[in-house]
Design a protein around this ligand. Sequence first.
Ligand code: SAM
Length: 297
Amino acid sequence: MLHFPVLLEESLNFLIHKNNGNFIDCTYGRGGHSKSILKKISNESHLTSFDKDLEAFEDALTINDSKFTPIHDSFNRLQKYFKNRTVDGIFYDLGTCSTHFDDDSRGFSFRNNGPLDMRFNTTSGNPLSVWINKATQDEIMEILYKYGDEKHAKLISKSIIKKREIKKLKTTKQLSSIIEEIYPEKRKKIHPATKSFQAFRILVNDELNQLRESLEQASQIIKKDGIIVVISFHSLEDNIVKNFFRPSIKNFPKDIPLNSIENKDFKCIAKKIRPSKNEIEKNARSRSAIMRVFKKI
Ligand SMILES: C[S@@+](CC[C@H](N)C(=O)[O-])C[C@H]1O[C@@H](n2cnc3c(N)ncnc32)[C@H](O)[C@@H]1O
């Protein structure tokens, strides 16, 4: 499956707000946004793209352009690379690439069989199989509630513990079958394993903490009048983004409604931008995308 860049035109129109500038794409993926940024920016400009996925980085290495620097690292280490440098625009397109689901060996897909891995960065950390064969029922249940909003978290976690006593969990099919088997609703809108797989993926990649840490660093690196664009795909990510750029309550008098105040360092210049019907028809994955744009003031 090809990966189609989401909200491409809309995001770039905000991000590239000046002719000569320095930009960061925190999530290179398959370069859908990075390659278009490179086409749009002047020769005096520069783009640095991060991805912690080795295959994404290898794809980025094939770009031969002096305006471009690819980095194989997590976006929560922006500051390491931008110690005394500031930039004009920072872009995030969070989550997974369609290509992650094509390769069974990555363990992202509940439809195909592969090792229970789910790491974006296969060169560090542990695959899901390590955690899921050790965690207590309460720990599994908590992750399913917290990161998957899975209402059957208790049933699923109980069944995981029972089944792993008979046979260690090693594959995506083992896990998805356990969930399918005990899932109470017979007519489902989405595959019963959807929410659980999302929850485990967020856990394995520490996605929400890394996003918080990265936004903190991005807010230091971005210049005055610089733009931060974030595309998220579920409410856990979107809430982190929204709340990060909100003012801290303690700094404001109680009689002013919170939603009428901007963060004193950032102004939200576009919120809740969603893909058009046309884009969703062409690329179903885009249907849950929400874009927010912030300007440093
Ligand atoms: C939705 S894809 C980006 C797609 C890209 N915009 C395109 O159009 O080709 C998200 C990418 O972010 C990467 N990613 C996720 N968390 C990351 C992190 N903490 N640091 C760096 N990259 C990360 C994933 O490996 C994935 O390749």
